[in-house]
Design a protein around this ligand. Structure first.
Ligand code: C2E
Ligand code: MG
Ligand code: MG
Length: 694
């Protein structure tokens, strides 16, 4: 049964009221009893006083009779008036005895009643005997003597009865007093008992109120205060299952709490989404920039260094292309997890867009801490190599200097990242001031390159490609740039700049035009090898314009050898366009050569898919093949592979006769390198049909 608090309080009040009433009733009862006992004692005392009065009257009567009888005996005559007075006194005595002795009170003890009755009867007996003695003494004074013993007997009996009655009365008063005292004690005990019951009930009520009402309400009030202070409520609301007013209150507060919690969690979600990337759950650019600014300000005070890692996933576009967007998303999530697993709790990993991530690291010991983090990342990425889609990344690291802004630091890290990417990806580079100079140099070169063609600073060098026997089969056109102020700039440096600044298409076209113009002067058996940048394939008209140039210069298309590095075949979303361009050139008779084979992501499936006619073994293998067994194995295997796939093999970078002899022994088809001939502006002297003396 569920009772409301008000009902319970009413019941409790009734519970207090009941013993209180009992207490009152007991007090009233005791009062009445004590009153009645006092009345009883009063009555007995009155009786005693009556006995005293009778006693006194009796003594007076006895004296008066004694005096009158003595007078009569001595003188014979006694005045008549004295006899009358004596008779009147005797009557008055009888009346007094009658009045006081007649007591109908049944509450009197039986012994007392008996004693009183005896006294009354002794009195009744005494009065006529007394009258008789008076009458005798009046008539015949000599009759006094013989009547006297009878009178004295009656008097003695009366006195004895009266003495007995007084004793009994005395005892009765004593008993009544004892009863009154006992009654008083009993009453006090009962009152104390009732008062104890009231106090106990009150205590139980107070305890119950404290435990069941005040304590839960205090706890609920604490929760409400937490709401007000917008603090999270640590404990659950108590008394939810109670069916009374406190339960109602608790449920109301709990529902309010739930609503507030839902609102808070929605707010937290909104805050989280505003500052985090939905895909990876990492902090987003906004949070990253705020934290970076904050850390830089803090670092000024603490003297610590803020290190920024700019991170870019390698080949992300190709992952997206091959695995679809779901695969791309998965790679991003894995990269996020990988990076999060490498950093310390105080570092911040953020996804700042696309496949770009960043890490903020604050540590006093730099660059040691940054190097340690890079080592952890390198180990983690290495562990993914066996996966279907390995996670590889290029990282640029910049360490803050005092008073540096977040944007500046980010730019420096980006420069280092750019350097890491151009240094072959899946690598990390620290920013240094040399890099800054390099960047400004690159910017300058980018600008200067725009005028280089018109200023005649560009020219081509041709490097012979020959058979192992020394017969020149063709020349590779290699672009050269002589800067007016800076002298010769290596193509390794300016070609990427031309690519980055969008000039490669125009420059590539100039190279093809110029080289074909030169080749038009060569014997028809000598081929012309042209390097094509991957970015040139973004131009859908590349094949068309090359074929047009060949037509323009009257060069048979089968004299053209087009060299592409493997990255060209991996041109992410342009893969199909690359394929189409290469097919078209191949269909027109041009030879397709895969340049720098063995570097980058050499994949046999690429070789098959793009049907290359030729493989150019990268010069790094040739340079070490006589000293390094692994390089020798690769060169030999590539030659074997080429033969089995029907492709001719060119070894690049042949610098010594020993290398040449070895390559010849292994059956390499063609050779290129300083030992055969350096790139030259003018090659007319090599165009004689004679073989080179190599
Ligand atoms: P590549 O196509 O692999 O060109 C061969 C590079 O190896 C040339 O460097 C050449 O000078 C160098 N080389 C040839 N024989 C030897 C040797 O025996 N020892 C050593 N150490 N090096 C040798 P270069 O001319 O500096 O060209 C570098 C790269 O620049 C080329 O590599 C090519 O990828 C690119 N490149 C050059 N000209 C052009 C061009 O017109 N268009 C495009 N797209 N790329 C070009
Ligand atoms: Mg080449
Ligand atoms: Mg090469």
């Amino acid at each position: 049964m569920h009772l409301s608090i008000s009902t319970k309080v009413t019941v409790a009040c009734a519970a207090v009221l009941l013993p209180s009433l009992l207490l009152l009733a007991s007090w009233l009862h005791i009062g009445a009893e004590v009153g009645s006992a006092a009345g009883h004692i009063g009555h007995l005392t009155e009786l005693l006083r009556g006995q005293d009065r009778q006693d006194a009257a009796q003594r007076a009567l006895r004296l008066s009779i004694g005096e009158a009888t003595r007078l009569a005996e001595r003188h014979g005559t006694v005045p008549e008036a004295q006899w009358h007075a004596l008779s009147a006194e005797l009557r008055a005595f009888r009346t007094l005895s009658n009045v006081t002795a007649t007591d109908p009170d049944r509450a009197l003890p039986a012994e007392l009643r008996a004693a009183l009755a005896q006294t009354r009867s002794a009195t009744m007996a005494f009065v006529p005997i007394g009258q008789e003695l008076i009458d005798t003494a009046r008539r015949d004074p000599d009759g006094i003597k013989p009547a006297m013993p009878h009178f004295l007997d009656a008097l003695k009996r009366l006195e004895s009865e009266r003495t007995k009655t007084r004793d009994v009365l005395g005892r009765a008063i004593g008993d009544a007093a004892d009863d009154a005292i006992a009654l008083n004690h009993r009453g006090t005990f009962r009152a104390l008992l009732s008062a104890g019951a009231v106090i106990l009930t009150l205590l139980i009520m107070a305890l119950w109120l404290h435990l069941r009402v005040i304590e839960p309400i205090t706890a609920i009030a604490g929760i409400l205060r937490a709401f007000r202070a917008d603090r999270p409520v640590g404990q659950s609301v108590p008394c939810l299952d109670r069916r009374d007013e406190v339960g109602d209150l608790a449920r109301g507060v709990s529902e309010y709490n739930k609503a507030m919690e839902a609102q808070r969690s929605a707010q937290r979600r909104v805050d989280f989404l505003a500052h985090h990337d939905a895909l990876t759950g990492l902090p987003n650019r906004l949070l990253f920039e705020n934290r970076l600014a904050h850390e830089l300000i803090r670092a000024r005070r603490t003297g610590e260094k803020v290190t920024l890692f700019a991170i870019d996933l390698d080949e992300f576009k190709s992952i997206n292309d091959r695995c679809g967007h779901a695969g791309g998303d998965d790679a991003l999530r894995r990269a996020a997890k990988l990076l999060s697993g490498c950093v310390r709790a105080s570092d911040l990993v953020a996804r700042i867009g696309g496949d770009e991530f960043a890490i903020i690291q604050v540590a006093p010991a730099q660059p040691a801490a940054a190097e340690a983090l890079l080592r952890r990342i390198a180990r983690a990425t290495e562990a993914t190599l066996s996966a279907d889609v390995p996670i590889q990344m290029s990282i640029g690291v910049a360490i803050s200097s005092p008073d540096q802004g977040g944007d500046d630091l980010h730019n420096l890290a980006d420069m280092a990242l750019y350097r890491a990417k151009s240094d072959g990806r899946n690598t990390a580079r620290f920013f240094d001031t040399g890099l800054l100079e390099e960047v400004s140099l690159r910017n300058r070169l980018g600008r200067d390159l725009e005028r280089a063609i018109d200023a005649n600073q560009l020219y081509l060098a041709y490097q012979p490609i020959a058979t192992p026997e020394g017969r020149i089969t063709g020349f590779e056109a290699l672009l050269r740039w002589t800067h007016t102020d800076l002298g010769n700039i290596r193509p390794d440096i300016f070609i990427p700049i031309a690519e980055a600044t969008g000039q490669i298409g125009r420059i590539g076209h100039w190279v093809a035009d110029t080289a074909m113009a030169a080749a038009a002067q060569w014997p028809a058996t000598i081929k012309l090898a042209l390097n094509l940048s991957p970015l040139q394939f973004r131009d859908a008209e590349l094949a068309g314009s090359l074929l047009d140039l060949a037509t323009k210069h009257g060069i048979a298309t089968d004299r053209l050898e087009l060299e592409v590095t493997e990255s060209a075949t991996l041109l992410d979303q342009h893969r199909h366009a690359v394929q189409t361009t290469l097919r078209r050139l191949q269909a027109a008779g041009a030879i397709l050569a895969m340049d720098d084979f063995g570097t980058g992501h050499s994949s046999l499936s690429n070789l098959k898919e793009f049907t290359f006619d030729k493989l150019k073994i990268d010069r790094s293998f040739v340079a070490t093949m006589l000293t390094d067994d692994a390089s020798a194995v690769i060169v030999k295997a590539t030659i074997g592979l080429g033969k089995s796939l029907g492709m001719s093999i060119v070894a690049e970078g042949v610098e010594t006769a020993e290398q040449l002899a070895q390559l010849r022994e292994w059956g390499c088809d063609q050779l290129q390198g300083y030992h055969i001939g350096r790139p030259m502006r003018v090659v007319d002297h090599l165009l004689a049909p004679a073989e080179l003396a190599i």
